[in-house]
Design a protein around this ligand. Structure first.
Ligand SMILES: Cc1cc2nc3c(=O)[nH]c(=O)nc-3n(C[C@H](O)[C@H](O)[C@H](O)COP(=O)(O)OP(=O)(O)OC[C@H]3O[C@@H](n4cnc5c(N)ncnc54)[C@H](O)[C@@H]3O)c2cc1C
Length: 391
């Protein structure tokens, strides 16, 4: 078995509890989720009752107050069983709920947060638009002052949970730059477009949203009116770190299936695990899996020290996503023809893994962020790598 990173008793118990939950509630549904593009709302609500949805939120607001390490553990264990449920969880609990709690007013915390913690409400974070993906700040959705409030117009696309979401954390352009707003699915002028039919991450509903002159009061602004850019950027850092764990869980599942098969399948009178070319695959798969796990935990610590830390978060998800795709692809190769068959499970893992290089900013953007940060750090101190300054 792979080594557990020491996490303290609370986190060991949490991991055990999530594993048990996943074994009972998620694994039996994983094929249906994928085949039928089925979003298990009832399981999502049970995750609320278990305290997983509001794991970073203090108990007085309906959460379990365990912090980001706990959120990472939930992501990793869900990612092992169903990366798509893990994606919906991440969008709800980290991108929307945690972001809203950190930046929102006391009134918002009291009014909205407990409903998102329990799963009564489902949340989305809405940044991407038809004309602005990687270049997110080129968004066209606007919020214009109108009396004491704002009128929001525009659209968002490729939004996780949008087809079900009750609460939308929407970024809009304002005269001060960018501002996050809370919109509700029931607000007049909010409509949902199509739900996308995807190659992977099936079951995690992805859709479009349209805002046709939606009127909201000042009290729907999340944080300070003029500081939305920082909310976006710090939110993206947190998102990159937490979503890395989906792909670490997925890679663990692919490794387990591949190792098991390599000990069961015999060719030329030998277990295929005895062939050196298969051994090389297993060795590289494990090394990539384990390094992505170590890097993601390191990034988690860096994010807790400094929310604006870009380099660790971008490196963590770059490596976790590339590694998961590599590990899933090699698992298929180890399983030969059977690996290519839908029943093999590894086929789904590869389709799901590919999203890792696209969602939460693409691989190309992550590389760009890392390189720009390296040059910036070097200009400040040309010995920065030796000086431990990134920590
Ligand atoms: C399943 C799924 C769920 C998602 N969930 C959400 C969500 O909940 N909320 C949300 O807001 N968004 C969500 N997204 C959107 C996602 O964040 C974007 O798809 C992603 O940021 C890339 O944007 P894009 O698709 O517009 O691609 P583009 O930005 O159009 O990029 C196209 C290609 O060009 C490359 N490229 C772009 N700019 C550069 C550059 N400067 N240098 C080098 N290469 C570049 C990209 O890397 C990519 O290869 C989701 C997407 C998917 C598929």
């Amino acid at each position: 078995m792979m080594q557990e990173k020491p996490e303290g008793e609370t986190f060991r118990i949490l991991r055990q509890s999530v594993r048990e939950f996943v074994r009972k509630e998620v694994l039996p549904l994983a094929v249906k989720i994928d085949q039928d593009d089925y979003f298990p709302v009832d399981v999502f609500r049970k995750m609320g009752a278990m305290g997983y949805l509001g794991v970073t939120i203090p108990p007085e607001y309906g959460g379990s107050g365990l912090g980001y390490l706990a959120q990472a553990i939930v992501e990793e264990e869900l990612g092992y069983a169903s990366a798509s449920l893990a994606l919906s969880y991440g969008a709800h609990s980290n991108l929307c709920l945690d972001n809203l709690f950190r930046n929102g007013s006391e009134k918002m915390r009291k009014e909205f947060v407990p409903r998102l913690c329990s799963g009564e409400w489902i949340g989305s974070l809405c940044l991407t638009e038809p004309g602005s993906g990687s270049d997110a700040l080129a968004m066209k959705t606007t919020a214009t002052r109108n009396g004491g409030g704002f009128v929001i117009s525009g659209s968002k696309t490729l939004i996780t949970n949008a087809p079900y979401a009750d609460l939308l954390l929407v970024y809009a352009k304002t005269d001060a730059g960018f501002t996050p707003f809370v919109l509700l699915g029931t607000d007049k002028g909010v409509t949902r477009g199509k739900k996308f039919d995807k190659m992977g991450m099936r079951g995690s509903p992805t859709g479009e949203l349209f805002f046709d002159a939606v009127s909201v009061g000042q009290d729907r602004i999340v944080g300070s009116y003029a500081e939305g850019r920082d909310v976006i950027l710090s939110g993206l850092n947190s998102e990159r770190v937490i979503l890395s764990f989906i792909f670490i869980g997925l890679a663990r599942r692919a490794m387990e299936l591949a190792i098991r098969y390599s000990t069961e399948r015999k060719q030329s009178g030998k277990e295929i695990s005895e062939f050196q070319l298969i051994q090389e695959k297993l060795a590289y798969m494990y090394t990539r899996y384990e390094t992505s796990r170590l890097l993601a935990y390191e990034a988690l610590e860096a994010m807790e020290r400094d929310r604006m830390d870009v380099i660790h978060s971008a490196a963590a998800i770059l490596h976790a996503a590339e590694s998961a795709e590599y590990v899933a692809r090699e698992a298929i190769q180890i399983m030969g023809g059977i690996g290519y068959i839908k029943d093999s499970e590894v086929e789904r893992l590869l389709r799901d893994a590919i999203l890792g290089q696209i969602g939460a900013g693409t691989t190309e953007i992550r590389k760009r962020l890392i390189a720009k940060e390296l040059v910036k750090l070097y200009r400040k101190d040309n010995n920065f790598l030796g000086e431990d300054e990134m920590r």
